[in-house]
Design a protein around this ligand. Sequence first.
Ligand code: PLP
Length: 387
Amino acid sequence: KISHRVTNINGGGSDGWDVFLKARGMIAEGVAVTELTIGEHDIRTAAPILQEMHRSAMGGHTGYAMVPGINTLRDTVAARVQARTGVPTTRDNVIITPGGQAALFAAHSVACDPGDTALYIDPYYATYPGTIRAVSAVPQSVPAHADNAFQPRAADIAQAAEQGAKSLLVNSPNNPTGVVYSRETLDGIAQVCKAHDLWLISDEVYDTQVWTGDHLSPRALPGMADRTLVVGSMSKSHAMTGSRCGWIVGPQDVIANLVNLATNTTYGVPGYIQDAANFALNQGPQVEAEVSEPFRRRREKAMAVLAKQNTISLVPAQGAMYLMLDIRATGLSGDDFANDLLDTHHIAVMPGESFGQAAAGHIRVAMTIDDDRFIAALETLCDFAAG
Ligand code: PLP
């Protein structure tokens, strides 16, 4: 019999990928579908990063790597986080993980025992509740409402925490909404975490993709470094989704325990991937800006298209690769809108309902195809919405 822990990862419900899978099925049958569903860049990892990977592998870095990560990369990540937060950070505060997703799993593993409640914000990145169930904790969502520009309210988090919770997972810049949490939001979150003794798991995988406002890591807030686990990744910042390289930055005793967990689970990340990641991070912000530029540009163009119609409204994306469009004026649910749009116009978007109840009546559009096709698809989508 397969364990309940694993068979229950989707909590008995759908995992929200129905429209995506339908689109993939249509593509397999030869239908030309415009894919605006997932957060995968339309560029590949830059050649110099691949050359460094090759150089490292040819130089012999193909054996077991240090489980906590190679020291050069840990030092680079530590320096980067210290520069952004002002909090003293050394390699002992850093573990390298096989991507941000593995980091989320590891962070919940150290924060929660079986049966503990783990809070997360709705709308949420699709894997969050499953990741929490995968460590036998109990996911409980806290809504961040569209009418509050998808910024979570401290009072709502406090109300959920009062029933007893061990951790809170937040994500800014946010997938799926594109919202960057304000200083006020983060101060409120920090206060609740301190008052209710919560671990704060801060998913910052989009921290290099900020279009308006400033990204602030809660690790920087007073009294928060000891209870915050920052999740980072090379996936979005350097178009390295397939290389599976991320990290957790947190208190030293947490990292030491995570090293023990990794020794008994992943056994680390390939040395040549880590060498390439270290090389990439040391190329400086210009390289990161180049990777992000297409999303910033498409967002600008999309805002101009959306300004010309009045059926769809939105909370303007401040970061990440997505637009969360409010289609409630059409009278359709996000699910129905996405299914009808796919059937009639062969354009695939994610229903807001895939990301929780707070995004019902919305659709998420990933800005991950070339500008011309993206804008043409958005114009068609707007016409479809107008009826
Ligand atoms: N967190 C968020 C919010 C994401 O959108 C993603 C990927 O789309 C991840 C984490 C996982 O990223 P990775 O495991 O590739 O680092």
